[in-house]
Design a protein around this ligand. Structure first.
Ligand SMILES: *Cc1c(COP(=O)(O)O)cnc(C)c1O
Length: 350
């Protein structure tokens, strides 16, 4: 979901942007009008996430998936070795894309446990001379979230925050690189946010193409070429909305409340089940199954009839998944819980 006030403002301004007589989609990305968005969005994001000066911000294209290759291209030394933590489909993809470019050591994995837990940090087989450690703080499809930030010492920590960026305060200085596709918790698809510690910009090997080089993007203020300007404009409005709503701390409180309610409803029922270890259940993505799988389609169909949509689980895991990103109001969660309860009563065997 996107915040309603953001969509409403975009609608009001679609044809006549702030009285200029044209749309934001019609201006040059190098015009003064657009440069205002460039500057404002960076300031807002720095304020929201408390990003220190020695961390640089870039917006790129290609989604988080492109970062699965862009990260190694930029951070590999001549040895080309990195540690990865495998906790679900997205980190598995990051591993397989990385393997094309260098040597990936899977330092810990929960694959055997069907990605229902986070491997205890004490069991991780980290290399002290790895170029970086990569992990996925929130596994969107399996609904598993790290309850801690791993301490990797001098080895830079790289995190795919696509589905949990801006959902709770984090200490940016614990990370070397943070990246996130915009379409889960920032705005529409089309842009990918990168936050990178300045010294890491120097690592990139000379043969890496310019369009994939962090250093070039930072130098050009992400205007190396034409960016997705409308997506950027909407992201800027979302940052403003987050500030108006009380910032990330307020979002964290709401996200905690929303997810706790839904897990409590699932755990209290005989029909629904969530397989994830309670200490690492995601606050953003809540997958659940129905005891009688034959009821899945009926559940989805009847949910849709009352306006509860986008609940189908990812094709790789099946079942249902409720995504509770920042813009999902608490009333949306309440409506889902009420529907689940009614559905269970209508379909109980006893
Ligand atoms: C959605 C998602 C991706 C893929 O994002 P694209 O922008 O489609 O490439 C990668 N990682 C995580 C954690 C995601 O949630």
């Amino acid at each position: 979901m996107l915040p309603k006030p953001v969509l409403e403002q975009a609608q009001r301004e679609l044809i006549d942007w702030q009285g200029r007589g044209f749309s934001v989609m019609e201006v040059s990305h190098r015009s003064d009008a657009f440069l205002e968005i460039v500057e404002q969005s960076e300031q807002r994001l720095r304020q929201l996430m408390d990003i220190p000066e020695h961390y640089k911000i870039a917006l790129m294209q290609g989604g988080a998936t492109a970062q699965f290759s862009i990260v190694p291209m930029n951070l590999f030394s001549s040895r080309k070795q990195a540690d990865y933590i495998e906790t679900g489909i997205w980190s598995s993809k990051a591993i397989s894309h990385g393997q094309k470019l260098g040597q990936i050591n899977v330092a810990a994995s929960s694959k055997k446990e069907n990605f229902t837990l986070i491997p205890s940090f004490t069991t991780w087989q980290l290399q002290t001379d790895a170029d970086y450690v990569h992990y996925t703080p929130n596994e969107t499809i399996h609904g598993v979230e790290f309850p801690f930030v791993p301490d990797t010492g001098d080895v830079p920590l790289v995190a795919d925050f696509s589905s949990s960026i801006l959902s709770q305060p984090i200490d940016v200085t614990q990370f070397g690189v943070i990246y996130a596709g915009a379409q889960k918790n920032i705005g529409p698809s089309g842009i990918t946010l990168i936050i990178i510690r300045e010294d890491l910009l120097e690592r990139v090997a000379p043969e890496i193409p310019e369009v994939f080089t962090y250093k070039t993007f930072i130098k050009e203020h992400s205007l190396l070429n034409t960016p997705p300007t409308f997506a950027w404009y909407l992201a800027n409005l979302t940052f403003k909305w987050l500030q108006d709503e009380g910032g990330i701390e307020e979002m964290a409180k709401r996200n905690q409340r929303k997810s706790e309610k839904l897990y409590a409803a699932i755990d209290a029922s005989d029909l629904y089940h969530n397989p994830v270890n309670p200490n690492c259940r995601s606050r953003m993505n809540v997958p659940f199954t129905i005891a009688d799988e034959a009821l899945n389609e009926l559940f989805l169909q009847q949910a849709e009839e009352v306006g509860l949509v986008a609940l189908r689980g990812h094709r790789s895991v099946g079942g249902m998944r409720a995504s509770l990103y920042n813009a999902m109001p608490e009333a949306g969660v309440d409506a889902l819980i009420a529907f689940m309860h009614e559905f269970e009563q209508r379909n109980s065997i006893t």
